[in-house]
Design a protein around this ligand. Structure first.
Ligand SMILES: *Cc1c(COP(=O)(O)O)cnc(C)c1O
Length: 444
């Protein structure tokens, strides 16, 4: 099959890499991809530090500096000796054992650690196997809480537009309903209540009119709302928009006043990405339920967690069905929990806040030049996260090729070229990432 969009340098058609690419396109679904695949995926053979090594050169490059942390997750980079050691040690004991009726030290220690470092009041931990499932569990917890208290009408969710919470059914229902990835399923999803997207940027003062808008909606729907669910401070895959943390305090107060639970989805923002350990810390609030995922294992294995307060757990326990009826096969996986524990210790054992600040400064300086480029609408940086927004949909292939030519891996979407580098990215690599984003903005 001839590739209309080659990224690799010309390949010998009989080479192993060329064959892998052919098989990949014929048989393997990729995220949000067509079948058979249209665009050529780059073949990665190994990764170490902040570098992805390619099986065959692309645009003259054999290695790429990773600007994506594999979608927010690889905060310590790849092939880290400490995480490798944690995985290997656990592998020698057991990689998995069922969680029904059995428990083990890595899961218990991880839960203890999460309770310790998340906002005060979150005390109970459900270990799920992916971010989307942790959101499903958060929704189930919230609905079951009200059902247990006899408030069976409280089954809907409220969120603000521009959000993203995952790809399974309940999460899809609270993603932005317009122009988002799940628009196709309108009419088939539970109908939730949508507020306007939070206005402004991180530094824009709280707009009282918007706070009133939230109040009006929550008040009007209080009898049917189980929970408000939002991504705190950064709306990620819904558009890389930031908002004033004051809106989280507004939501906390309104939820308390009107008897609605507050779920914060920190799957992207958790573990330091925005400059504080959890984005809720910008606002100094505790949600009733919190979801964690992505960087929980430092990008090694899939694992997520749903935490809740004692009030939520107690409520569920008082019900006619006093249990949380959820239990994935790989719940609390020992390998994943052991690596998660090591990743958190590694993070907290260093000046992670200093590193994130350093990256924030590097991104601000390096991406500033994008403002002057034609077709660029906005440049936003918060913590170790930078986004260049164009005034048109990115030509993903052209933008990727331009970045790869600069020796950098980025994965644009919609009108955004964005990066969230591993915290261990050095200054020279960071500058290179920024140059690549500018090149991608020029060609994309
Ligand atoms: C990625 C993401 C999810 C979904 O997590 P998966 O592990 O991909 O299922 C949910 N919420 C937010 C905010 C995310 O960024």
């Amino acid at each position: 099959m001839r590739d209309p969009f080659p990224l690799h340098d010309p390949l010998d058609r009989m080479s192993e890499t060329a064959q892998l690419i052919d098989l990949d396109r014929q048989h393997v679904w990729h995220p949000y991809g067509p079948m058979p695949g249209r665009q050529e995926n780059l073949v990665v053979s190994s990764a170490s530090g902040v570098r992805l090594r390619l099986a065959a050169p692309a645009q003259g490059q054999e290695e790429l500096v990773d600007g994506m942390s594999s979608w927010w997750s690889a905060i310590h980079g790849y092939n880290h000796p400490v995480l490798n050691e944690a995985a290997t040690a656990q592998l020698g004991r057991m990689s998995h054992v069922m969680f029904g009726g059995l428990t083990h030290e890595p899961a218990v220690r991880l839960a203890e650690k999460l309770v310790e470092i998340t906002p005060a009041g979150l005390e109970h931990v459900f270990l799920a196997d992916s971010g989307s499932v942790s959101v499903e569990v958060a929704v189930k917890m919230s609905l079951q809480y009200w059902r247990s208290l006899g408030r069976t009408g409280k089954t809907r969710l409220l969120t603000w537009r521009g959000g993203y919470h995952g790809d399974t059914w309940q999460p899809m229902a609270v993603c932005d309903p317009d122009g988002g990835m799940h628009e196709l399923w309108q009419g088939h999803l539970p109908r939730q209540v949508f507020a306007d997207a939070p206005p402004g940027d991180f530094d824009t003062p709280v707009d009282p009119a918007y706070a009133d808008h939230l109040r009006t909606l929550i008040a009007a729907h209080a009898d049917e709302l189980a929970a408000v669910i939002v991504e705190p401070v950064v709306q990620g895959a819904g558009g890389m928009r930031f908002h004033n943390p004051g809106y989280l305090r507004v939501l906390r107060e309104l939820c308390d006043e009107y008897g609605v639970l507050l779920i914060l989805d920190e799957i992207a923002t958790g573990f330091g990405r925005t400059g504080v350990l959890f984005a809720a810390d910008h606002a100094g609030i505790t949600p009733d339920v919190m979801c964690l995922g992505k960087s929980l294992t430092g990008g090694y294995l899939t694992l997520a967690a749903t935490l809740c307060t004692r009030r939520v757990a107690d409520g569920i326990s008082q019900g006619e069905v006093p249990v949380l009826a959820h239990g994935p096969t790989f719940m609390g996986n020992p390998l994943a929990t052991a690596v998660a524990l090591a990743s958190i210790d590694l993070l907290l054992g260093q000046d992670w806040a200093g590193e994130v600040k350093r990256i924030e400064a590097g991104l601000r300086e390096g991406l500033e030049g994008a403002r002057a480029l034609p077709g660029v609408r906005d440049v936003r940086v918060l913590g170790a996260l930078g986004a260049v927004q164009l005034d048109h949909p990115v030509d993903v292939w052209a933008a990727t090729r331009a970045a790869v030519r600069e020796g950098v891996w980025v994965r644009p979407f919609r009108d955004l070229i964005y990066v969230m580098p591993p915290y261990v990215t050095g200054d020279a690599d960071l500058a290179r990432i920024c140059r690549a984003v500018l090149a991608a903005a020029r060609e994309g």
